[in-house]
Ligand binder design. Structure first.
Ligand SMILES: Cc1ncc(C[n+]2csc(CCOP(=O)(O)OP(=O)(O)O)c2C)c(N)n1
Ligand code: SF4
Ligand SMILES: [Mg+2]
Length: 325
């Protein structure tokens, strides 16, 4: 018997007032005030609706959301190891197909969404995410990017920006800028090496309607899809919890974060300001950059100037030689 594929067609929404009222990520969790990842979770859950299964690799969106046998999810949710969100999603999708084929389940394949941090996506979780993309499983992998391993005390990750002060990159006399490396590029990693992938996009909590529509578009696609969502973290980035959206918006206005969709090989660049604000406008709101000297800010500005030319064009960055002990 043929396996019933996903047939739902989640419609796009035009205006914020059309955002569904139903909540599938409800109050009662323990994330910090102003938590960007929690806000994006709420929006993703609204976009996906009730026929959804979330997989949560270890990270803030597991630990702070699932304490003492209490969670804010009103749809099925499962913790995975930080290493294997993609593998668990693959297994669930494959198992569901078997159940549908054998007539033990009716209806369509549910939305299967991995909600992984930057560590759980493109660092510790990379191999499982890549394998899910490579094999072509029908699941959405979301990297909610708070630019650090925050749950364990704000350690640097591959998406932490150059110049950040983290507990593993403290600025000092030997390395005054803090983090020396420039970040990995998660969407390019996925686009570049996975022929089965048809849709990849970046999004931000500053633009909720756009975020919801990208989630729906990704879920409507048959096969693996990837979203990279910018999620400011007041605790890790050291800014006032009331300014999450302001920080997120400034990231786009300065070019620190670029918004685009990639569909079947075509890029569509979005929210591209006519004139970018200087990156300093973004940096000055955040304590993680408070130590930077002019020379470091200039280095970051040069990186951003090269990056905003177009998505997909690799930016040459200085790579410091690893230390020899
Ligand atoms: C194999 C393994 N290594 C390390 C850890 C410890 N650990 C738990 S959560 C976490 C941070 C996860 O960072 P990220 O994926 O970016 O999510 P965030 O906490 O930032 O939301 C780490 C390092 C672990 N659970 N498993
Ligand atoms: S540390 Fe950051 S990501 Fe974690 S719960 Fe707090 S604000 Fe959210
Ligand atoms: Mg993180």
């Amino acid at each position: 018997m043929a396996v019933a594929l996903k047939t739902q067609n989640l419609p796009p929404i035009k205006l914020i007032r059309n955002v569904p009222k139903e909540e599938y990520y409800v109050p009662g969790h323990r994330t910090c005030a102003g938590c960007g990842p929690a806000l994006q979770y709420k929006l993703v859950a609204k976009a996906a609706g009730p026929n959804t299964i979330f997989l949560g690799p270890t990270g803030c969106m597991y630990v702070a959301n699932a304490s003492y046998l209490c969670t804010p999810y009103t749809v099925p949710w499962m913790h995975t190891q930080i290493t294997n969100g993609g593998a668990v999603a693959s297994g669930i999708e494959a198992a569901y197909r078997v159940l549908l084929r054998k007539g033990k389940r009716e209806g369509e394949l549910p939305n299967i969404i991995v909600m992984a941090g930057d560590g759980g996506s493109v660092d510790i979780g990379l191999q499982a995410m890549s394998a899910m993309m490579y094999r072509g499983h029908d699941a959405l992998f979301i990297c909610y990017d708070n630019e650090a391993y925050t749950n364990t005390g704000i350690q640097t990750s591959p998406t932490t920006p150059y110049g950040s002060n983290t507990t593993f990159t403290p600025p000092g006399s030997a390395i005054p800028e803090g983090k020396k490396l420039f970040p990995k590029d998660p969407p390019q990693l996925v686009i570049g090496g996975h022929p089965a992938v048809k849709y990849v996009a970046t999004a931000s909590v500053a633009y909720p309607v756009d975020l919801i529509n990208k989630v729906r578009k990704a879920l409507n696609v048959q096969g693996p899809t990837f979203l990279h969502i910018h999620c400011p973290c007041p605790k890790g980035w050291k800014f006032d919890a009331a300014k999450t959206i302001e920080v997120a918006r400034l990231a786009i206005e300065t070019g620190m974060w670029n918004m685009y969709e990639w569909e079947n090989g075509e890029y569509r660049y979005q929210f591209k300001p006519k004139r970018y604000k200087p990156v300093r406008e973004y940096l000055k709101l955040q304590g993680r950059f408070a130590h930077l000297a002019d020379v470091h800010v200039a280095k970051l500005q040069a990186f951003v100037d090269a990056k905003v030319k177009a998505p997909g064009i690799p930016v040459e960055t200085p790579v410091p030689t690893p230390p020899v002990h």
